[in-house]
Design a protein around this ligand. Structure first.
Ligand code: FBP
Length: 555
């Protein structure tokens, strides 16, 4: 083992908290069945596609004094998609429950994400190995990947690997796409009488895998607290030096939950919310005017500094950009085959080819963008065919356009300030932080609970821990059928069953909190400084939940 930092050493000793119902042990549980469930929409189609796993009841666990005996089991686990703090604890919780149930049980970890189960690349966990990773950030214990697990061939290969290892259950730790794939795999395993169960765990810093049953995905708590610490530090710097406007892009592929939460924790001058931009059909020009007006109002008060928060996915929510990017996504396949495009020696020539292929109105939008953004829009798509928004410098695009707008305003005598800007992107800084106590406890509970679901023979369920604003003692453990979160959505031109992504609700209390305060925060500096995540000390700082969770828990 490498030499450890003092915090690493202390965190390894931390014993995560479990809900009261799970504390007597995984063999002393009673399963309580709720009502049967339905898909959120498109019930008939989802039922048709998931004939064997559709409509199952919601499950809760209660502890009992009666000890049950279960057969020996081998389980496989996969980390899927982007890193999120706490993933190692999901595996640790799963491992502890599995070994507690029967020391002869085995846990296998598939390497490098879903590709590991297809290609048969795995390790078997041991006490010594797991112990090195308890309460640590990252997914390096077994690695992660973005392979989509969805084809017949992949399922067959996965089955062969499971048979070889005598695995009777697979746990997939992932976001909405990975858990959609977990649902498909669960159904396929039942349909083919394999006897293999599939259980999902809700992961993603983006916070967009949530619904009535899943209060939040793991990782959101730690990532938002990390970004809030950094934003708070920058606010102090800006307020001290009083000379820079800081434009901070905040990670979160599509939904703006992360930017919104970080903003509520820090109260910056400007916070853009992609969902609002889309709903109000704000053009790029409207956004620039909105931001320039605030910059100008502050300058009139002698404040040539400020903080602007930009959600990572913004560019895809601006109507004219959305249409242009969709057109570009469709073109990417053709461009890959286009010899002229690939042989083009200058980026200018490449841009020309793209412009000539786009629809007229989209070509105009493309042409209006700076070369840097055009080049970034032409980069490779992710395995789901999406633009990789983390690699597009939206904050720089806004800065360039604001500069031009402010010059125009200056010439009309409407702006009297001096605009010096700095651009930041906070994303990867937060995805592998040491999990907060909340994420350490929540993740361990999710993993432990996943094994309880397996022990009771369930499949096609998401491990669920609820009542999260209360002490861990009062958390409610159970399972949510994956099919109840699904509906049909168009993906690459075809309707497919998918878990619905939760976007920011503009009529919800979390957005309202921003909306009711943002005019005040824009001009009167009301910066808050959350500071670093605390792991040891008073519960009021160590066990704090996010503002989002607190506001959403008030029904
Ligand atoms: P998941 O949905 O897989 O959890 O991904 C989250 C995320 O961190 C996004 O916020 C971000 O846009 C993306 O991953 C970045 O992907 P990559 O790690 O491939 O650069």
């Amino acid at each position: 083992m490498n030499e450890l930092s003092p915090l690493q050493t202390e965190r390894l000793k931390y014993q995560p908290k479990l809900p009261h119902s799970l504390r007597k042990g995984v063999n002393k549980l009673e399963l309580i069945q709720g009502e049967n469930t339905k898909a959120i929409r498109d019930e008939e189609q989802i039922q048709e596609l998931f004939k064997n796993t559709y409509g199952k009841p919601i499950i809760t666990f209660e502890s009992t004094n009666e000890e049950k005996v279960f057969a020996v089991k081998n389980v496989g686990v996969i980390l899927s998609g982007g890193q999120a703090p706490g993933g190692h604890n999901v595996i640790a919780g799963l491992y502890d429950a599995l070994k507690q149930a029967n020391p002869n049980n085995k846990l296998y970890g598939f390497l490098g994400g879903p590709a590991g189960i297809i290609d048969g690349k795995y390790i078997e966990f041991s006490d010594e190995f797991i112990d090195e990773y308890r309460n640590t950030g990252g997914f390096d214990i077994i690695g992660s990947g973005r392979t989509k697990l969805e084809s017949q061939e992949q399922f067959e290969k996965s089955l062969a690997v499971c048979k070889k290892l005598e695995i009777s259950a697979v746990v997939i730790i992932g976001g909405d796409d990975s858990n959609t794939n977990a649902a498909l795999l669960a159904e396929w395993f039942v349909q083919n009488n394999t006897g293999i169960q599939v259980i999902g765990c809700p992961k993603t810093i983006d916070g967009d895998l949530k619904n009535d049953q899943i209060e939040i995905s793991f990782g959101f708590d730690t990532a938002t607290k990390t970004y809030a610490e950094l934003i708070g530090n920058i606010q102090r710097d800006a307020n001290s030096a009083k000379k820079y406007w800081h434009f901070i892009k905040i990670m979160g592929r599509s939904a703006s939950h992360v930017a919104l939460e970080a903003a509520l924790q820090t109260q910056p001058n400007i916070t853009l919310i992609s969902e609002e931009v889309e709903e109000k059909k704000m053009s790029l020009g409207d956004i620039i005017n909105y931001m320039s007006d605030i910059i100008s109002q502050r300058a009139a008060k002698g404040k040539n500094f400020g903080i602007a928060i930009v959600p990572e996915g913004l560019i895809e929510f601006i109507p004219e950009m959305k249409s242009m990017i969709a057109n570009l996504n469709d073109l990417m396949g053709e461009l890959e085959q286009d010899i002229n495009f690939y042989n083009a020696t200058s980026t200018h020539d490449r841009f020309e080819i793209v412009q000539n292929r786009l629809k007229v109105e989209n070509a105009k939008v493309f042409a209006s963008l700076p070369a840097l953004i055009k080049a970034q829009l032409l980069m490779d798509r992710d395995p789901h065919g999406n633009v990789q928004v983390s690699r597009i410098d939206t904050e720089k695009l806004l800065i360039e356009m604001i500069k031009t707008r402010l010059e125009g305003m200056k010439s009309q005598g409407e702006y009297v300030g001096k605009f010096s800007e700095l651009a930041h992107f906070f994303g990867y800084e937060g995805r592998c932080a040491f999990p907060s106590n909340f994420d350490a406890d929540y993740c361990y509970s999710l993993g432990y609970n996943a094994f309880a679901l397996i022990n009771f023979g369930l499949t096609g369920y998401l491990s669920s821990i609820r009542n999260l604003t209360q002490n861990a003692d009062k958390w409610i453990a159970g399972g949510t059928p994956l099919t109840m979160m699904m509906n049909m959505e168009k993906r690459h031109g075809e309707f497919k069953p998918v878990i619905q992504k939760a976007l920011v609700k503009l009529d919800g209390s979390v957005f309202k909190k921003l909306e009711n305060n943002r005019e005040d925060w824009a001009i009167n500096d009301k910066y808050k400084f959350p500071g670093a995540i605390q792991y040891f000390g008073p519960s009021s700082v160590c066990d704090l939940t996010t503002v989002t969770l607190q506001l959403e828990s008030v029904k």
